[in-house]
Design a protein around this ligand. Structure first.
Ligand code: DGL
Length: 277
């Protein structure tokens, strides 16, 4: 059981920011990654559609024999978390909770910004999760949807003039609110971290939930007695496998840049019609 891989999915390349952190924290675990590149973006779609996509993605990973699933997509986490837990027996970790808890630990002023897709912001899930994580403490949450950030990242345009212009337009209202903490509530956004940090200026801490998710992945596996001992022996993990639903070559190029390493195995697949086993 322990030697089974961890499943990670996202609508596209964004979840690779989570995969990178999981690999760093748990180097002996192997990973199966699914990027639903045929249907990205999820963040502009309805709850019913996002739920259906998330269930098909999870069913695909379950068929690959994963021991747990990290939903490395805030949109799917916000819209489909309950359905996923109802439909499958495998343990799930969603990215939203770890990000909200990290923001609660970080803020000093209690003024927290959240940027995410339209669906995530519209669901109010981050606001709820942050208030829950802050408990009795009074905090204010300022939310902003940044829909064009996802296509920008999927195009590999992470450090361009267009990225700077967009960031300026999207983030200006949050600068005015004098937040001290900004949650990158979409797994694509850490790839724009440099531009976002420059635009927000000093005094604002950016929360990329990837590391917190990697830590909680380790805890969840430990709870289920499924964690591979990261120190023991010198057996190397099986290589990670990457699956996409379209445009494998384009994914290949961007993914290698994000991960800074060659992809061990990449295959184009169909997930449409996959359902609960
Ligand atoms: N990366 C995803 C998220 O964290 C989804 C982006 C999208 O497909 O719109 O929300």
């Amino acid at each position: 059981m322990n030697s089974l891989p961890i499943g990670i999915f996202d609508s596209g390349v964004g979840g690779l920011t989570v995969l990178r952190a999981v690999r760093q924290r748990l180097p002996r675990e192997s990973v199966v990654y699914l990027g639903d590149t045929a249907r990205v973006p999820y963040g502009t779609k309805s709850r019913a559609t996002i739920e259906r996509y998330a269930i098909e993605d999870a069913a695909f990973l379950v068929e690959k024999g994963v021991k747990m699933i990290v939903v490395a997509c805030n949109t799917a986490s916000a819209m489909a978390r309950e359905r996923l837990r109802q439909e499958f027996d495998v343990p799930f970790l969603t990215v939203l909770g770890p990000g909200a808890r990290a923001a609660a630990r970080t803020t000093r002023s209690g003024r927290i910004g959240v940027i995410a897709t339209e669906a995530t912001i519209g669901s109010g899930a981050y606001e709820r999760a942050i208030h829950e994580a802050c408990g009795e403490r009074a905090v204010e949450v300022f939310s902003r949807a940044c829909p064009l950030f996802v296509p920008l990242v999927e195009e590999g345009e992470t450090d361009s003039q267009v990225a700077r212009l967009l960031a300026d337009q999207y983030l200006a209202p949050l600068r005015e609110q004098q937040i001290d903490t900004l949650v990158l509530g979409c797994t694509h956004y850490p790839l724009l971290k440099t531009v976002i940090a420059e635009t927000m200026g000093e005094g604002v801490t950016l929360i990329d939930s990837a590391e917190a998710v990697a830590e909680e992945t380790a805890q969840l596996l430990e709870q289920h007695d499924q964690l591979i001992d990261q120190q023991a022996g010198d057996k190397q993990p099986s290589p990670s496998r990457f699956y996409v639903t379209d445009a494998a070559q384009r994914f290949h190029k961007i993914a290698e840049r994000i991960l800074g390493a060659p992809l061990e195995h990449l295959e184009a697949v169909e997930v449409f019609g996959h359902d609960k086993l």
